[in-house]
Design a protein around this ligand. Sequence first.
Ligand code: HPA
Length: 272
Amino acid sequence: MEYYDQISQSAAFLREIIPQGIQDAVILGTGLGKFENNIKKILEIPYETIPNFPSSTVKSHSGKLIIGKLDSKTLLVFSGRFHYYEGYSMKSLTLPIRVLALLGIKNLFITNVAGGVKESFNAGDLVMIKDHINLLPENPLRGINDDRLGIRFPDMKDTYTPSLRLKAQNIAEEMGLNLKSGVYLALQGPNLETAAEYQFIHHIGADLVGMSTVPEVIVARHSGMNIFAVSIVSNVCYPPERITETTLESVLEVAENSGNKLSQLLSKLIIN
Ligand code: HPA
């Protein structure tokens, strides 16, 4: 089936079972399931029941689309995300974002965990993504452009919507939360980086490094959505003497500890 037809089929399936007029969607990163506790759940749809959806293979990601309420606002929450290192093609990995666009979603909120490659970043810090460097080996927009989905050469200036970042900064100040800001660099993983690679990443202008987010952001941008993305620094990677051994468990522990403040920030940002 043609890609556009697949997306249309998935969107048609969801349109039948979810409320109309939802404008906001959230993608929860590794270990960030806490946000789910903030929403009043209306419906949970396992990914494997949605036509054409890839299914999640990583243990720390559960794999369901949640329809829920934050105050009076209804939103979609992806609990469990897809990564390039799992073996998906970029097209299949970003199909859910295309479906969101067809459903009329205007604002996409993305969370992740990332390595911190800036001296002033510490484990547990919340860092808003202000820009990115894409070093992934494949681009989701590669191939013949389908003009129904977006233009051939999307501009990437202000991809991370400035007004949302400003709003988040104001909310963080009100909450007494130290919200930092930085440039996210995407690599395919799944191995973490060597000390030499972390130094390289720092020197080419990044503050964070991770294995997700950028494919979704490129497709959301191509689709004309507003985008807000925030990382929890799960491990400190620069300068080299600060690097300690990083495991999935250590990453999940840091994400768990910072999960509450991230959830609160995100909830306020979406409601306001
Ligand atoms: N590198 C890449 N991805 C990551 C890291 C890292 O150090 N930490 C969490 N995700």
